[in-house]
Design a protein around this ligand. Structure first.
Ligand code: ZN
Length: 145
């Protein structure tokens, strides 16, 4: 089970859906979230922050390390480790992916009655297209797809 949570950035204009792999970390471990419009409100610190297409996630690294140790997860808590291993990262590939996915389902819903196979195929191909766009834009999680 992975917990999901929506978090607003510092300026409050944008939000991101977050995923917590195995519920080891919790929302407070993300000290701050900055969107492209408020990333200037912080001072870059590579030991605690990760940058992804203009967004910045700031982690409580000592807190994260303690929780990982407690649950027997081997690894050094770094922003890259927490993000790439899914312990505290975007839900989906980018901050707005939950909405993109919901919108896709909504748009294609009429197909369900007509042709279920086509619906599933369309869902899949639209999502692949979306992931390719994110990859081209440079989103970190999309690079791994
Ligand atoms: Zn912001």
């Amino acid at each position: 089970m992975c917990r999901n949570e929506r978090r607003f950035c510092r300026c409050g204009r944008n939000s991101a859906s977050l995923q917590f792999r195995d519920n080891i970390l919790f929302p407070e471990i993300l000290l701050s979230l900055f969107c492209p419009q408020c990333q200037d409100m912080t001072i870059w610190d590579e030991t605690a922050m990760l940058r992804d297409c203009g967004w910045i996630l700031e982690y409580d690294i000592p807190g994260a390390q303690a929780l990982l140790n407690q649950r027997g997860v081997k690894g050094t808590a770094t922003p890259e480790f927490l993000f790439d291993e899914g312990y505290l990262t975007w839900q989906g590939l980018a901050p707005g992916d939950l909405e993109v996915n919901a919108e896709l389902h909504r748009q294609l819903a009429p197909l369900i009655e007509q042709d279920l196979a086509r619906y599933l195929q369309a869902l899949k191909s639209e999502w692949v297209k979306h992931a390719a766009e994110l990859k081209a834009t440079g989103w970190r999680k999309a690079q791994a797809t």
